[in-house]
Design a protein around this ligand. Structure first.
Ligand code: G
Ligand code: G
Ligand code: NA
Length: 256
């Protein structure tokens, strides 16, 4: 694990970058989006995954600074992809801790970031809300989400099914997309309980008229089973690993 000072200096020295993992519709073959995933290009240790540094700043104001850097960088990337003629209809998502939505000025901060990128239509940005189980004011967060959605931004509920209050959150939070946590998808072909959860989340999403995507889709067999259950959207190593931004246009061109 790294320490606070090292992370501070990495932010100042621009050592963080975003990788992007595609999301596809398995029935139509369409690429529907990419998820931005932060990485640290560490001068000595190489490319580090978030587990090495995010927990260190979880309760530090730096998490907010990094969160804004991620949104700003993703917006810059969307506009660069648009300039190179990449299919405009794909949505780029970024991860955001649910508690960040509880900041009193979140909506204004997001509006400022969007205003700095006037060439990007906000509907090509999606915020994946993590760890909603840590929320203590669902009503406030719901209002924040509605205010951001009024500006065009989309929301997804990440890691769905892992928090014990998921059902309340599904009912009260206006996210258009639900991500089935990869821990359930991984074993759904061998564990009847996990299969039941995956089926249940897909059915819930349908009844609440939300879209649903499976994470952690690693094999064709997973894909086939998910399609049979009515889940068409998927993300996972079986489709593509997270990749640098510069690889995304070629990956999309060559997919299918
Ligand atoms: O990319 P990787 O599989 O290592 O990501 C591990 C975890 O870190 C995932 O749960 C992911 O949601 C989270 N994560 C990745 N990028 C970001 C980010 O930019 N901000 C936040 N808050 N979490 C992220
Ligand atoms: O929960 P979230 O969507 O933020 O999780 C993304 C994390 O999961 C990233 O760290 C990404 O690298 C990882 N990931 C994406 N697809 C797969 C997969 O098929 N298998 C495994 N084991 N991890 C995956
Ligand atoms: Na995510």
């Amino acid at each position: 694990r790294e320490n606070l000072e090292a992370i501070r200096s990495a932010l100042d020295n621009h050592q963080f970058i975003l990788y992007y993992q595609p999301k596809v519709n398995m029935r139509t073959g369409a690429v529907t989006g990419v998820e931005a995933l932060i990485r640290w290009q560490h001068p000595k240790r190489g490319l580090l995954n978030p587990i090495e540094f995010l927990p260190v700043i979880e309760n530090n104001p730096m998490i907010r600074e990094m969160g804004e850097w991620v949104i700003d960088t993703a917006l810059t990337q969307i506009s660069q992809w648009q300039e190179t003629g990449l299919n405009l209809s794909i949505c780029t998502s970024v991860n955001i801790a649910a508690v960040q939505l509880q900041q009193p000025d979140f909506t204004e901060r997001l509006a400022t970031l969007l205003a700095a990128h006037p060439d990007v239509d906000p509907r090509y940005l999606e915020l994946e809300v993590l760890e909603t189980s840590a929320l203590d004011d669902v009503g406030h967060v719901s209002a924040v989400m509605n205010a951001c959605m009024a500006r065009g931004v989309n929301f997804a509920l990440d890691d769905f099914g892992t928090g014990y209050s998921s059902l309340t959150h599904l009912r009260r939070l206006p996210a258009g997309l639900i991500k089935i946590d990869q821990s359930f998808v991984r074993d759904m072909l061998v564990d009847a309980d996990d299969l039941a959860i995956v089926e249940g989340v897909i059915a819930l999403a349908k009844s609440f008229k939300r879209e649903v995507i499976a994470e952690g889709v690693e094999t064709i067999e997973h894909g086939i089973a998910l399609l049979q259950l009515g889940c068409e959207l998927a993300q996972g190593y079986g489709i593509a690993r997270p990749m640098p931004a510069s690889d995304v246009p070629a990956w999309i061109r060559e997919w299918k």
